[in-house]
Design a protein around this ligand. Structure first.
Ligand SMILES: C[S@@+](CC[C@H](N)C(=O)[O-])C[C@H]1O[C@@H](n2cnc3c(N)ncnc32)[C@H](O)[C@@H]1O
Length: 323
């Protein structure tokens, strides 16, 4: 077989095996193949993932503002003799890609867990998952280049897993001990497959299932409007030097408006209460909080928060699960 044909046939075999492995998954084979092709340039700050790199500091700011609004309750009751650690939050980064956010958060985890000074995001650990195996490999390789981050990979405070969210849930005991204080979902919702067994609502519900009561689900996505079509598909995916993301990155019909997302978050909170939960229905909305803020990309400057622009463009959003 000619080398090019061999390469295509091996890629098809890989995608088919992935499809079999994740039969009830929210992952589309097209998305896997698209993101696999970007793996080698993921950490190039001037490469195709440039806008994700530039957005990263705002993610930390937005999480910090959610935690300041309503902090997740401590897991263990603190006493004067044994105060709760200052950085005690367990994070899950869903669709972590090559690790731009996950690695930056891992860098904030103190080496000494008993440190009394709180970091802005108060992370004690982070688990980062992605269905694209090539990206998880790139993420791990990159993390090993920083001694502090590499130490967290070894001591278990930082974990990468090549799996889907559905796999994670299937292998979880669903106890509060295994749930996370903060679940992040940056630029992922608009890539989730919609089919007979998968939908963005089902995906959000799963994110809320792995979230502790009192925890925050934090994400970013793009509103489905005419301006966002122009900006994110026509201009952003135009050929170089105008375009900033590779062609085929986005499908405008999968973008999500903030009011849809808010309704799905409410529905997801109600659905995520399983049969053993004491609360269901609209009771599940007690203590819910919602945050939403537009962000705009200015060429040469980067991303800036732009309150009000969430109704037509890129935005951060967050939902707190009631206690
Ligand atoms: C635009 S990238 C964002 C990566 C990362 N969150 C960031 O912002 O740096 C989208 C990521 O979502 C992942 N993805 C696509 N479909 C997914 C699904 N159904 N579940 C979880 N992750 C998915 C892709 O593999 C890819 O890594």
């Amino acid at each position: 077989m000619r080398p090019a044909l061999r390469k295509v046939s091996s890629l098809l075999r890989h995608l088919n095996s992935h499809r079999r492995a994740h039969s009830t998954s929210s992952v589309s084979a097209d998305e896997l193949s698209h993101f696999s092709s970007l793996a080698s340039s993921w950490w190039d700050p001037m490469g195709p993932s440039r806008v994700l790199h530039l957005m990263n500091p705002l993610r930390h700011d937005f999480i910090t503002s959610c935690l300041a609004d309503t902090p997740p309750p401590p897991r263990t009751s603190a006493t004067a003799a044994s105060p709760a650690p200052a950085n005690n939050l367990r994070y899950l980064d869903v669709g972590c890609g090559g690790g731009i956010f996950a690695e930056s958060l891992a860098r904030t985890i103190p080496t000494n867990p008993n440190t009394t000074s709180a970091t802005r995001t108060q992370a004690a650990s982070i688990t980062a998952i992605d269905p694209t195996s090539a990206l998880i490999k790139i993420a791990r390789d990159h993390a090993r280049t920083d001694p502090k981050v590499s130490a967290h990979l070894r001591d278990g405070k930082f974990t990468y897993k090549n799996c889907t969210l559905e796999d994670l849930i299937e292998n979880s005991s669903h106890s509060e001990d295994e749930q996370f204080d903060v679940v992040t979902l940056f630029e992922v919702l608009e890539h989730v497959d919609s089919n007979a067994s998968s939908s963005p609502l089902g995906f959000l519900t799963n994110c809320l299932k792995v979230l502790r009561p009192g925890g925050w689900l934090v994400g970013s996505t793009i509103a489905r409007t005419f301006p966002s079509f122009l900006v994110n598909q026509v201009i952003a995916e135009a050929p170089w030097p105008i375009g900033v993301v590779p062609r085929g990155t986005h499908e405008w019909s999968k973008f999500v408006n903030p009011d849809e997302l808010y309704a799905w978050a409410q529905e997801g909170l109600m659905r995520s209460q399983d049969g053993a939960a004491v609360r269901g229905g609209s009771d599940a909305l007690q203590g819910m909080r919602w945050q939403c803020s537009g962000v705009m990309y200015f060429p040469g400057i980067g991303w800036k928060m732009a309150l009000g622009s969430e109704s037509w463009g890129n935005y951060f959003w967050a939902v707190r699960k009631g206690v």
